[in-house]
Design a binder for this molecule. Structure first.
Ligand SMILES: O=C(O)CCC(=O)C(=O)O
Ligand SMILES: [Fe+2]
Length: 322
C-alpha cells in the first residue's frame, strides 16, 4: 500500500499533443489518472458537498421520501446503508442516484427508455437540486473534453465519440455517504469491481479511501484538491480490445470519519450502436501490436477473454446491482 499518489496527474488544458499522449500512457497502464485543468470552479463542488451533507443528516424517514422505489425506470433516488451490494456483500454506504434531468413529456421518457427521466430531489434540502444540476452540466463538459483526448490518444478524430455516440450521453451521477467503519473492521466501503461504461470522474472528500489494483497490489488514490480521479470503464477496454484498461478498484473507509464521494459515470447514448473502433493508422513506436488486432505483433493483445489475473473480477452493471 502506498501513501503517496502514484497515479499520473494530467492537465487537460495544455495545448498540443501532451495531454493525449499522457492519457494514452495512463490508459495502457491502470486506466486511472487525475484530471486537472478542467475549469470546474471549486465553489460548485463546495456547494454540492454542503447540500449533500445536509441531505444525509436528515432522519431516515425523510431520506426515504425520495427512495429509489419511486424512481422507476429512470433509476433515480435514495438507497439506505446496506441497500447496495458488491459481489453479494452489502456496501457500507448510503447514496442517491441522479442523471440528466428529462421532463415526463420528453420523447425518450414517454418511450419508457431505462435510465431516462426526472430526478428525485428532497423537499427538505432545496439547495441540492441546483447544486446537482449545475454539477451535472459541468461534469458533462469535462467528460466530453476527456473523451476528445481519448479519441486523439487513439489517433481518431477528436470528436469521434461525441459525433458517434455521446451527443446525447447516458449520465449517471451518484452521491455516496460512507459512515465510519467499525474500528476493528477492514473498512469495507465498496467491494472490488470495474466500472462498466466509458468514463468515470470521481470527486471525493478529504478522507480518502479509493484504492486501485495494480500488478504490485492495491494502491491508494488519495484526494488531490482541484482534481478528479478519472478511470475508464469496461466499454473502452472492450472497444480497444484490451489495449486500454478498465481496472479493479474498491473503497476502504479507514478514516474513522464519514466519507462523501461523487462518482459521475459517462456512457454512450442509450440508443446508440457502439461499433468497433476503426483500425488505427499506425503501430506504436515500440512496435507493439495494434489495439484492433489488425496487425498482430509478436505477442497477442490480451482481451477480456484471454487475459489472466485482470479478468477475475466482478464487473458492476446497473442491472446487476439489484
Ligand atoms: O465512492 C467512491 O470513491 C468510488 C465508488 C465507485 O467506485 C463506484 O461507484 O463505481
Ligand atoms: Fe467504481
Amino acid at each position: 500500500m502506498t501513501a503517496t499518489p502514484s497515479l499520473p496527474v494530467i492537465d487537460i488544458s495544455l495545448p498540443g499533443d501532451r495531454p493525449a499522449r499522457e492519457i494514452e500512457a495512463a490508459c495502457r497502464d491502470t486506466g486511472f489518472f487525475y484530471v486537472t485543468g478542467h475549469g470546474v470552479p471549486p465553489r460548485l463542488l463546495a456547494e454540492l458537498d454542503a447540500a449533500s451533507r445536509a441531505f444525509f443528516a436528515l432522519p431516515e424517514a425523510e431520506k426515504a421520501q425520495i427512495s429509489m422505489d419511486r424512481g422507476g425506470r429512470a433509476w433515480r433516488g435514495y438507497f439506505p446503508v446496506g441497500g447496495e451490494l458488491t459481489s453479494g456483500r452489502p456496501d457500507l454506504k448510503e447514496g442517491v442516484y441522479f442523471g440528466t434531468e428529462l421532463p415526463d413529456d420528453h420523447p425518450r421518457v414517454r418511450a419508457g427508455l431505462p435510465l431516462h427521466g426526472r430526478n428525485l430531489f428532497p423537499e427538505r434540502v432545496p439547495r441540492l437540486r441546483p447544486a446537482v444540476l449545475s454539477y451535472l452540466d459541468a461534469l458533462t463538459g469535462v467528460a466530453q473534453a476527456v473523451l476528445r483526448l481519448v479519441a486523439r490518444s487513439l489517433d481518431l478524430p477528436a470528436d469521434y465519440f461525441a459525433a458517434g455516440y455521446t451527443a446525447e450521453p447516458t449520465v449517471l451521477f451518484r452521491i455516496f455517504h460512507y459512515p465510519p467503519s467499525p474500528p476493528d473492521s477492514d473498512g469495507w466501503g465498496v467491494g472490488q469491481h470495474t466500472d462498466y461504461g466509458l468514463l468515470t470522474l470521481l470527486a471525493q472528500d478529504g478522507n480518502g479511501g479509493l484504492q486501485v489494483r495494480t500488478p504490485g497490489g492495491w494502491i491508494d488514490a488519495p484526494p488531490l484538491p482541484g482534481t478528479f480521479v478519472c478511470n475508464i470503464g469496461d466499454m473502452l477496454e472492450r472497444l480497444t480490445a484490451g489495449w486500454y484498461r478498465s481496472t479493479l478498484h474498491r473503497v476502504r473507509n479507514v478514516s474513522g470519519r464519514d466519507r462523501l464521494s461523487y462518482p459521475f459515470f459517462f456512457d454512450p447514448d442509450f440508443t446508440a450502436e457502439v461499433p468497433a473502433l476503426p483500425a488505427r493508422a499506425r503501430t506504436t513506436a515500440a512496435g507493439e501490436p495494434r489495439w484492433d488486432g489488425a496487425d498482430p505483433g509478436p505477442s497477442p493483445v490480451p482481451t477480456a477473454t484471454t487475459c489472466s489475473g485482470r479478468c477475475r473480477r466482478s464487473s458492476r452493471s446497473w442491472l446487476q446491482r439489484h
